[in-house]
Write a protein of this length. Structure first.
Lengths: 375, 1178
């Protein structure tokens, strides 16, 4: 095999290799971005009056995951104590002296706080009257505080325009966050495969819905089998199935695009390891899609869906993030991931997911997962 | 009552929290107790802070620097080095100007504005990582601070401290190595001038001048066609008789004055002393040249063969000037061949502009190299891989395309002389139309006016059409292409061609594809080759479209092959064809400088009463063998024996070592081979300064044989900061100062392209006072520190050499100090006058203002150590000096460097003629075979200097067998390409520990296709075998090298740097060399108080400097540190030339070290390597 022209120059293997090989931390980070999707689902459901019973679950899960999402990049910093500088000195608007915008700075320094504040505010207001109801039942003063003084259905109803505005506003930054890593890969890295993965943002968007719905379905099962209908699991299954088949289709189209553009060239040969795994990912997504079709009729099967969904999403994201870097070496990523990366990063990866789960349990304990319709 | 569900929920929450805290705790810990001391932003001012503008020596590019010196108690520490915004390489950067940083700060900008004046923008300059790491030169635990004498056999690593006075005495009069009983000879009896003076000759120069004159007469007799061998022998005897008598009258013998009385053309005995230096830096360079000349030796030698001699020689053949490059500031298209990104002048810092222009879409750079560029700048830096040594074929493909498509500047090329060129607005002309005889014994000579009976001159002739010929200087235009037979006045008929026609014939000897078939690493017929062809065609078209704002930017990769000069010349033909010389965006020479050596005070290397000298240098560079008696004696003897014509001439060959009349500078290989062969004469003393030929030359380990042999070099004096692989064999070590102290102070000229400026020079002055031993005070009370400067002053004084002591520096004729002399008792008295020269000239050029503001002077007096010596020059001169010092030099601006038509206002570099043919080269003979070299740019495959074996050497060939015939690709499928980049230099950067944190080790890079065949993966340790030995290194598999290439980043593989760590990564095939390496000492013995300026630094500074090193390393100074001795260098097993005694392979014409021609094969060892992980802190 020959290489006509190396596309992106080189660095020595030990120049900058370690800190910029993003492995499990980024992977976990990508998984937790499903929190943004859960929030998108919840807000969209609220705006369009659908999936009403699932909204509390989607909100609590989404807010929990989205809250801890930045723990991943924080762990990647050599000096995490200096992280506030990233926000205080972010390059978020172009000037003559500093042309261009740092997508990382924009997403981390502006979009994430904005999305989080809007989502949190929405969540608080959404649960305000239900918290009053819970206060009345328990007389727990925390619930009274969280009711924000909304003590009547009328007052709660009066909040609806504000909630709709908040939902509409929050949707934009959350949608941006849902596709953020993919946008970063496609736009601001030098990895040949990422720069040429045209459909990556769309794949990411659909893929995170698969993860989000899988997480929500699993949570619903944990809450209780009897509450599946109540928590609108069938609708979530539908979304899960649609997301899965969309990812499979998008992956196939992407492979077709690559074949058209690079087929027969050494570049395609370099893409091959990722393509090979993509076929497996497609299979897994189709499997979870098929299971969701079955589960829509036999609800008990929905217990399998979170696992097949997670498997497909994890496999796909590992392929996109880790294998693409290790397989298509250029620019910043020469070295295979060493054992030390895993030793260091796997506990961190598990930790931030655990942090999300912890927060979800806490939020689920505070906020009622059943909110009566006060329309 | 709490439900079971609540318990489960709490349990799950607790478990999740536990896992989260467990996994994330290391991050939390780093947040709550960071393992570093916060270090605030640079305040850029303060009571304890000084700033000095000077010149970098991190590599040899000479960027401007601003050093920040901070006082910790009584200790001054160079804490930080940044760029100098006045300097064109660093360019001015401010908060508001961080893109398109092409301009240096206007020279008249007040210095206060550059250092946080509080009045708006603060300017700084950019600087590469090497430059920023320069502090490690000063703060090097292995630095030698006191004079040392060896205390065991040569190379034993045993040293003892001696006093400065003992050092001087030992060098001058000799001394005993007590431990071995060896006698070190002094240099007093080599100082011919002194010998004559001591014998009673009042004016030794009168004697030497007369003797030299007699030698010239002798050579005239010898070269006279009418004289016989016996006539020459008699003339020599007459010479000897005359001078035996003259010298005898004062009690001297011929042997006391001449190296060889039978060969007086070899010069006086003073030539038996060699001064050899590594990187040259004015005014240090001028100062030791001055000393060598004051001693009377012709052997002032430089390391250029290891640097850029092939490129220099190619340029010199082309236009008589060594250093020319395209103006990267304005060029639209550049063919950048044979240089590594971040290394070639203008270095990593200066090249930022090239890269930035490319990224901004203003410049297209075609990067012609076996190794990929480090960035492609959105596609405007395009990699054109080329096989090592085959550059000329790529150039000829371009030349052919330009000729075929008539995309050359026909008007310019048809002008045959300078007058006609000037009339049409060109600063130079070409010899494209000149006619050359192409057959018979005069092959390669110009057809002259005398030949055709047009005039009684040797002026070359041109064809003007209609069957008419004319002397080149009698017409304004001539025919470009001519090939035909002409009848000479003698009646003989010969074939003649215009030089452009010769070039055309060479270019059309192969098709475009056939040229590229040789150049390309991809086989013809493959899609990769088709793409390659299209790329080269696009490159050529782009050059043609952009002409004359386009050109070639070439360097050592092109020139450092056996055929290097021909290849460099071939590239420069492209510039000739498009007519880009001396203009904006085209080919420019170095910027001019002030008369810093001779404006008021003569601080230069001649004109102070130095001895008359003559004779060839030991490496025979720049010296025509036909000017040697040896040549004529052999020719005349052959004639006496009945040989005639060419046969008699050939009888003068082979010589013991080749002669290199066309090379402008010196050769490592030929120097050491010359010493070894005692050819043309033996050597008695070697002074080596700031060099390391053993490690830095290809196959330089071969030099150890000479260095270790006390019969070949009876006295070896090393002047250095650390004892490297070469200095290890010295008898005496004089400690030297670094460039941030007094070392290499003075005015630095800039290389081409010096930012395209018409005049630019950096001024290097001390940033801190030296850390070497204080050796006394000057009569005027100024302190003296052990250094090269003070050593040479004291040796000069001890020997009574002209140019030292009370009457040392003469005032320049016609200026205010005419007739006056100034003393040089110490370094400061010399260097202050250098700066005074430059400043006063700059003032007269109106670059420095007549009225220098007080604040400028005060800034220097407050910040610069050199200000304490201002009393050496008059106060009015000091003010102007201060202005220049405050800016780190004298710099003009780019825009003012060109006239309205876009031509440079600098004087035209070279001899104002661009050559497509060089008749003197065509007359020069291969020193082994006696055959003539080809006289113009041409493609030759890389080959040995001569055929192998005595019988074969009689065959008619100007060069030897192609390397690929000798080492076929089947057996040796790879070529080793050593490579530098923005981080390391060849061998002087192993102590850049900040850089080491980024790239701690090196490796070999191999193409994936090659790796797949060998089953090699990244991290596999491979054995790279060459015909001279083998080395082991970890492999990195990347398509960033062309197939068939093994790339090794330079900068490592050291084994001696005061401390010795025996190398285990290579083995030499030659048993003698293997034995020498095996004999390296296991450890060195040096008194601890003789080294390490680091231990007295503040604790925090030590930790910042040596973050990852054990304290023993920087506290003790003699403990081996792994970073100093890790990695490999391929130099140790590079090719020798078996046709020349297997000394390191050289270029045929320039004697340049050939680094990129070593054939190799790769064997997997089965060992694995884990690359060291760098530590990056954002």
């Amino acid at each position: 095999m020959t290489y006509p022209t190396y596309p992106f120059g080189y660095l020595y293997p030990n120049e900058f290799a370690d800190p910029l090989v993003w492995l499990p931390t980024l992977f976990a980070y990508s998984l937790l971005i499903s929190g943004a999707d859960l929030l998108v689902l919840a807000l969209a459901a609220y705006l369009f009056g659908r999936l009403k019973k699932a909204i509390p679950l989607l909100l609590t899960l989404g807010l929990a995951f989205f809250t801890v999402v930045l723990l991943g990049p924080l762990a990647d910093l050599r000096n995490p104590d200096r992280a506030p500088l990233l926000f205080s000195h972010a390059q978020i608007s172009p000037t003559e002296a500093h042309p261009g915008v740092s997508l990382i700075a924009l997403m981390g320094g502006v979009i994430w706080p904005l999305a989080w504040v809007l989502a949190a505010l929405f969540t608080l207001l959404y649960f305000s009257y239900p918290m009053h109801v819970k206060y009345m039942a328990t007389r727990n003063p925390l619930y009274r505080i969280l009711s924000l003084g909304v003590s009547t259905p009328e007052r709660y109803k009066a909040l609806r325009p504000l909630l709709k505005v908040l939902a509409a506003l929050a949707l934009i930054p959350l949608a941006l966050w849902a596709v953020y890593p993919a946008t970063l890969f496609v736009m601001q890295t030098n990895l040949f495969i990422w720069r040429n993965w045209t459909l990556l943002p769309a794949i990411y968007f659909a893929d995170t819905f698969v993860t989000a719905t899988a997480a929500a379905i699993l949570a619903a099962w944990i809450i209780g089998r009897r509450k599946l209908q109540q928590l609108e699991v069938p609708s979530l299954i539908t979304i899960h199935g649609a997301g899965s088949v969309a990812v499979a289709a998008l992956l196939l189209i992407q492979i077709w695009l690559w074949l058209n553009k690079f087929g027969g060239s050494p570049f395609y040969a370099s893409l091959a390891p990722v393509v090979d795994w993509s076929y497996v990912a497609i299979g897994l997504f189709l499997l979870t899609f098929a299971l969701s079709l079955i589960a829509s009729k036999h609800l008990a099967v929905s217990l399998v869906i979170p696992f097949t969904g997670f498997a497909a999403a994890i496999f796909n994201k590992w392929n996109i993030i880790v294998r693409a870097q290790a397989g298509m070496r250029s620019g910043l990523t020469f070295l295979e991931p060493g054992t030390e990366h895993f030793v260091h990063e796997i506990p961190v990866m598990v930790a931030i997911i655990a942090a999300g789960v912890f927060l979800a349990i806490v939020l689920a304990s505070i906020f009622p997962l059943e909110v009566k319709n006060h329309d | 009552m709490t439900s079971r569900r609540t318990y489960l929920k709490a349990l799950a929450a607790a478990a999740a929290l536990g896992v989260a805290l467990w996994g994330y705790w290391p991050v939390v810990e780093k947040i709550i107790s960071p393992k570093r001391k916060p270090y605030g932003p640079d305040p850029l001012k303060g009571g304890n802070v000084r700033y000095v503008r000077s010149v970098c020596l991190g590599c040899n590019v000479r960027c401007g620097i601003t050093a920040r010196v901070v006082k910790y108690g009584d200790v001054e520490v160079i804490e930080r080095i940044i760029g100098n915004p006045y300097h064109p390489y660093n360019r001015a950067v401010s908060f508001g100007k961080q893109v398109k940083r092409y301009d240096n700060l206007p020279y008249n900008t007040p210095v206060s504005k550059t250092l946080d004046s509080g009045e708006g923008e603060t300017y700084t300059g950019m600087l590469c990582p090497r430059g920023q790491s320069g502090v490690y030169y000063v703060y090097d635990p292995y630095r030698v601070l006191k004079p040392l004498k060896r205390a065991g056999p040569r190379g034993s690593g045993k040293w003892k401290v001696i006093t400065w006075e003992e050092l001087i005495k030992c060098i001058v009069d000799g001394c005993i190595i007590e431990e071995t009983g060896e006698k070190l000879p002094g240099i007093r009896d080599l100082f011919t001038y002194g010998v004559l003076k001591q014998a009673g000759f009042e004016d030794p120069n009168k004697v030497l001048a007369e003797m030299r004159n007699d030698v010239n007469i002798l050579l005239k007799i010898a070269s006279d066609p009418k004289t016989t061998y016996d006539n020459v022998v008699k003339a020599i005897e007459d010479f000897k008789a005359k001078w035996s008598k003259t010298l005898g009258e004062k009690g001297l013998k011929l042997e006391d004055v001449l190296i060889d009385p039978d060969r007086p053309d070899l010069g006086p005995k003073a030539n038996m002393l060699i001064w050899y230096r590594g990187r040259g830096q004015d005014n240090a360079d001028v100062f030791y040249q001055r000393w060598t000349y004051a001693f009377g030796s012709v052997n002032w030698l430089r390391h250029t063969s290891a640097c850029q001699l092939g490129y220099y020689t190619g340029n010199k053949l082309w236009t008589g000037y060594t250093d020319l490059q395209v103006d990267a500031r304005s060029a639209k298209v550049v063919i950048g061949a044979g240089w590594s990104m971040g290394r070639l002048h203008p270095g990593a810092t200066g090249q930022g502009m090239i890269i930035e222009r490319a990224c901004e879409g203003e410049l297209k750079l075609y990067y012609v190299n076996p190794v990929a560029p480090r960035t492609i700048c959105r596609g405007d830096i395009i990699w054109v891989p080329v096989k090592p040594g085959e550059d000329a074929t790529l150039a000829f493909a371009v030349i052919r395309w330009l000729l075929e498509n008539k995309r050359y500047n026909a008007e310019f090329l048809s002008i045959p002389n300078l007058d006609a060129a000037t009339k049409r607005g060109y600063p130079v002309h070409t010899n494209a139309t000149w006619l050359v005889i192409m057959e018979g014994p005069r092959f390669g000579e110009y057809l002259t006016a005398k030949d055709l009976g047009l005039a009684d001159t040797d002026d070359p002739v041109v064809y003007v059409g209609d069957g008419q010929f004319a002397p080149y200087n009698k017409v304004e235009k001539a025919e470009l292409f001519f090939s035909g037979r002409v009848k000479l006045k003698t009646g003989e008929e010969v074939l003649v061609k215009s030089t452009l026609q010769i070039l055309y014939d060479e270019a059309f000897s192969r098709s475009f594809e056939e040229w590229l078939e040789i150049a390309s690493p991809y086989p013809r017929g493959t899609s990769e080759f088709d793409e390659y062809r299209q790329k080269v065609e696009q490159m050529t078209r782009d050059v043609a479209e952009a002409a004359p704002m386009a050109g070639t930017y070439i360097h050592r990769g092109v020139g450092m092959h056996p055929n290097g000069e021909y290849a460099a010349w071939a590239y420069r033909v492209i510039d000739t064809l498009i007519g880009n010389f001396h203009r904006k965006g085209g080919m420019l020479g170095r910027p001019a400088t002030t008369s810093y050596n001779s404006y008021l005070y003569n601080v230069g290397s001649s004109g102070f009463g130095e001895p008359v000298r003559w004779g060839p240098p030991i490496d025979r560079h720049g010296y025509d063998y036909t000017n040697a008696l040896e040549y004529w004696l052999r020719v005349k003897k052959a004639i006496k024996e009945g040989k005639t014509g060419d046969e008699a001439t050939k009888a003068a060959f082979p010589t013991k070592r080749p002669w290199y009349p066309h090379t402008p500078e010196e050769s490592y290989t030929e120097t050491f081979a010359g010493i070894f062969e005692t050819y043309p004469y033996p050597i008695r003393a070697l002074f080596l300064y700031y060099a390391n030929p053993v490690l830095s030359a290809n196959y330089g380990t071969k030099f150890v044989e000479v260095l270790k042999d006390t019969s070949k070099i009876p006295l070896f004096v090393g002047i250095t900061t650390t004892i490297n692989e070469t200095f290890l064999y010295a008898d005496l070590i004089a400690p030297d100062t670094t460039y941030l102290e007094t070392g290499t102070n003075g005015v630095q000229y800039l290389y081409a392209t010096g930012g395209g400026l018409a005049l630019a020079e950096g001024w290097r002055s001390p940033v801190v006072m030296p850390l070497t031993q204080k050796i006394g005070t000057c009569p005027n009370g100024h302190p003296r520190y052990a250094s090269m400067w003070e050593l040479l002053i004291d040796l000069g004084k001890a020997l009574g050499m002209p140019g030292y002591g009370d009457k040392a520096l003469p005032g320049v004729k016609g200026r205010k100090y005419e007739g006056q002399w100034f003393q040089v008792q110490c370094f400061w008295e010399y260097i202050m006058r250098v700066f005074a020269n430059a400043a006063m000239h700059a003032k007269d050029l109106k670059l420095i203002p007549e009225d220098v503001p007080d604040e400028e002077v005060q800034f220097v007096e407050r910040n610069y150590p050199i200000a304490q010596f201002k009393d050496i020059i008059p106060p009015d001169e000091w003010r102007y000096v201060a202005y220049g010092l405050a800016r780190g030099g004298v710099f003009t601006s780019y825009e003012e460097s060109f006239d309205a038509r876009g031509y440079s206002i600098r004087s035209v570099p070279g001899d104002k003629q661009l050559r497509l043919w060089h008749d003197k080269l065509a007359k020069t003979r291969n020193s082994v075979t006696g055959e003539r070299f080809y006289g113009g740019p041409k493609y030759f495959p890389p080959a040995l200097y001569a055929p192998l074996g005595k019988a074969l050497q009689q065959q008619k060939a100007s060069i030897g067998p192609a390397l690929r015939e000798l080492y076929p690709a089947k057996e040796w499928p790879f070529i080793v390409v050593p490579y530098t980049g923005p981080l390391y230099t060849k061998h002087r950067s192993q102590f850049y520990y900040w850089v080491k944190q980024v790239a701690p080790e090196n490796f070999v890079v191999i193409h994936p296709a090659d790796a797949a065949k060998l089953g090699v993966e990244t991290g596999d340790v491979v054995r790279v075998e060459t015909p001279e030995g083998a080395f082991e290194a970890p492999a990195v598999v990347e398509p960033t090298v062309a197939p068939g290439i093994i790339m090794v980043p330079y900068g490592m593989g050291r084994w001696a740097d005061t401390v010795v760590v025996k190398p285990k990564y290579f083995e030499a095939r030659d048993p003698a060399l293997a034995k020498l390496i095996a004999e390296l000492p296991e450890r060195v013995e040096i008194p601890e108080d003789a080294v390490n300026p680091v231990r007295s630094l503040p604790e925090l500074v030590k930790k910042i400097l040596f973050t990852k090193s054990p304290a023993e390393y920087y506290e003790k100074g003699l403990a081996p540190d792994k970073w100093r001795f890790n990695g490999v260098t391929p130099n140790v097993v590079q090719l020798g030339d078996p046709s020349l005694g297997n000394w390191p392979l050289l270029s045929w014409l320039g004697a340049s070290q050939a680094y990129f021609d070593t054939s190799a094969r790769v064997v997997k060892t089965g060992k694995k390597h884990n690359f060291e992980v760098p530590y990056i802190v954002w």
